[in-house]
Design a protein around this ligand. Structure first.
Ligand code: SF4
Ligand code: SF4
Length: 631
């Protein structure tokens, strides 16, 4: 195919299609390219013989990779779960045939970088024994949750290339009513014809799948969009829709224009609705599924068959007998090429997918996955070297053909200058990498490569930013935890101290030892001291103002009172006697017991007392003399 710009290939507005009763809309841009479908759609579909080895990747869908459930040496059966989904956006993986698990290891998978990815490797036994499958479901009697769970357990993902888990897409939420289910049968990529063959030969299953999904979504209509270059497919679908007698299903023939099979472009063509930037179709009341996905849903719900097989086109002028095969997931692409007669000449370009959006393969030793729809081997004549890229001449042709109404030239400039913020300002992530801009560029600039590079850089930057924010959050959480632990420690300490002292108020100042609680004895002692101080103060005050005798301190006892009374009585008697003597003119008589000054009351006792004093003096003098002599 000549992939260079042809001015006559510019998109024309949608023309009315005879027999189409529905109004169609036209999306901006697009290109007409030679479809090359007749290379492979003339042969009937063939089932590929079982390969000797199946290599089944654990990551065949958007979201978390599946986790292996088997070990090396395990015997497995066809349809057995060999890896389970991890989380909501994930999908389980099933064994495509019976055999022995010989390895769980990284193997080459379909990827432009030729990267390795973990795979379960099964040596098939040729018996193709089947595991016990779940029972069929009467979908009209089942609720949406039951059907979603069956679809999830069957490992169904979008088979048009996006690989998004189908059960998630069929769960738009209660707040999001769905008015239209769209089945994508456009298959707009040149060369690929597997959906065309599927629509011709499994139209009944596609209609059944549509009815199951309409029931799940509660949607009033289903539009199956098919490009007008597939008349047999359109006829087969219309026949089956009529047989199903379901007035909700409409098979709509649309003009052949690349990329009408893009999700947003097909929604625009069939409904006139625009999915918002960064939005999803459910936001405008639409769910879009591939026709192959619809057939897989019918298999899972009505027959209990998980997704272990798909239809694949093997084509290109470097293939001897281009055709379509039904293939077990995990079959090496090389087996398909061999079944198609092998390579017929020198392969200039080997792709997984079509020439516009396919992935360049380094080798055909990669396995077929759930979204793998084509092995395309192009000769040099089909894929001429465009030569070196020239300078942009600012012609604007790229913008004229962009189906998303982007500005490819500006995106190119900023991506080339590595100005990632600017390139995002031009809605880089709305680019569907359809390749229309590069196809029409007269300067042969590989524009899509620049956009892919910019997207990868932005993702890497975002990843780094998220990792850094995560690290910051972890650091902040650690600091907060340490602070909390310190607070808890201090609180425990305070509680302990409060348990020792009666009140928090009485707690000692920091650094001082805690005082012991006062005992009753302490209190009594302190009370005595206080009383003594008060008495002393009262006494002192009395002495100062002369209102109390100096010695009057303690309360007089009864003995004191008696003694004082005796003295008073004696004094009164003496005074009375003296007064009586004076009244009679005689000197007053001393009482008998009162000692006189001139005459001792008892001379003998007085003499004895004096003798004692003398003797004591003499003893003292003698003692003194003896001490002096001793010196
Ligand atoms: S990128 Fe190519 S098509 Fe776009 S303006 Fe430049 S020369 Fe023209
Ligand atoms: S590759 Fe992107 S920018 Fe180019 S035409 Fe397609 S959507 Fe537009």
């Amino acid at each position: 195919m000549n992939t260079r710009f042809d001015p006559d290939s510019a998109a024309k507005p949608a023309q009315p299609i005879p027999g189409n009763t529905r109004k169609l809309w036209h999306f901006h841009g697009g290109i007409h390219v030679p479809d090359e479908k007749s290379l492979s759609n003339g042969r009937a579909l063939r089932p590929l013989p079982l390969p000797a080895e199946l290599v089944i990747p654990l990551q065949q869908h958007i979201g978390a990779p599946a986790r292996p459930k088997v070990a090396v040496g395990d015997q497995v059966l066809r349809g057995q779960v060999i890896a389970e989904a991890q989380g909501y956006i994930s999908s389980p993986i099933h064994a495509s045939s019976s055999g022995t698990v010989t390895a769980i290891e990284p193997r080459a998978v379909p990827h432009p970088s030729g990267m390795l990815s973990p795979c379960v490797v099964i040596a098939t036994d040729g018996d193709d024994r089947c595991a016990e499958l779940p029972a069929p479901i009467d979908f009209e009697a089942a609720d949406a949750a039951t059907l979603r769970e069956r679809i999830r357990q069957s490992g169904i993902v979008g088979m048009g290339g996006a690989s998004f888990p189908t059960n998630v897409k069929l769960n738009p939420g209660k707040d999001q009513p769905i008015s239209t289910l769209i089945l994508n049968g456009a298959e707009c990529e040149p060369y690929i014809t597997c959906d065309d063959l599927l629509m011709r030969e499994r139209a009944a299953d596609i209609i059944d799948g549509a009815r199951i999904m309409l029931h799940m979504l509660g949607a009033p209509e289903c539009l199956i969009g098919v490009e007008d270059n597939k008349p047999e497919a359109i006829e087969a679908l219309r026949l089956e829709a009529t047989l199903a007698d379901d007035a909700r299903i409409h098979v709509v023939e649309i003009p052949t224009l690349y990329p009408s099979g893009g999700e947003k472009q097909l929604i625009r063509i069939l409904t006139g609705k625009e999915v918002p930037t960064h939005g999803i179709p459910a936001q405008v009341g639409i769910v879009c599924q591939n026709v192959g996905t619809a057939a897989a849903v019918a298999d899972a719900v009505l027959r209990g068959i998980p997704l272990i097989e798909r239809w694949v086109t093997v084509t290109g002028r470097a293939i001897a007998e281009p055709q379509n095969f039904s293939v077990r997931i995990g079959t090496p692409a090389a087996d398909l090429v061999a079944a198609a007669g092998g390579y017929s000449g020198k392969v200039a370009k080997l792709l997984a997918g079509g020439p516009m959006m396919g992935l360049r393969l380094q080798t055909d030793a990669v396995p077929v996955t759930k979204s793998f729809n084509c092995v395309l081997a192009l000769t040099a004549a089909e894929s001429p070297d465009p030569g070196p890229a020239l300078a942009c001449i600012r012609c604007g042709t790229c913008a004229d053909h962009c189906p998303v109404s982007l500005l490819p030239q500006q995106m190119y400039w900023h991506a080339r200058a590595k100005d990632l913020d600017k390139v995002q300002d031009y809605n880089l992530f709305d680019c569907i990498e359809c390749g229309c801009c590069a196809h029409v560029c007269p300067s042969h600039i590989p524009l899509v490569q620049y956009y892919r590079y910019a997207k990868t850089e932005v993702w890497a930057r975002e990843k780094e930013k998220r990792a850094s924010e995560h690290a910051k959050e972890r650091h902040a959480a650690r600091e907060a935890r340490l602070e909390r632990l310190e607070r808890e420690r201090q609180a425990k300490l305070r509680k302990k101290k409060e348990a020792i002292t009666p009140t928090a108020k009485a707690a000692p100042a920091a650094g001082k030892p805690a005082a012991a609680a006062p005992t009753d004895a302490d209190e009594a002692r302190k009370a005595k001291i206080r009383a003594a101080r008060e008495r002393a103060a009262a006494k002192k005050a009395a002495e100062v103002d002369g209102s109390a005798p100096v010695a009057a301190e303690a309360a007089p006892s009864d003995a004191d009172e008696a003694r004082k009374a005796k003295i008073r009585a004696a004094r009164e008697r003496a005074a009375a006697k003296k007064a009586a003597a004076e009244a009679e003119g005689a000197p007053a008589e001393k009482p008998a017991d009162a000692p006189t000054q001139d005459k001792p009351a008892d001379p003998e006792a007085d003499a004895a007392r004096k003798a004692k004093i003398r003797a004591a003096r003499e003893r003292a003098a003698a003692k003194k003399a003896a001490m002096e002599a001793g010196d």
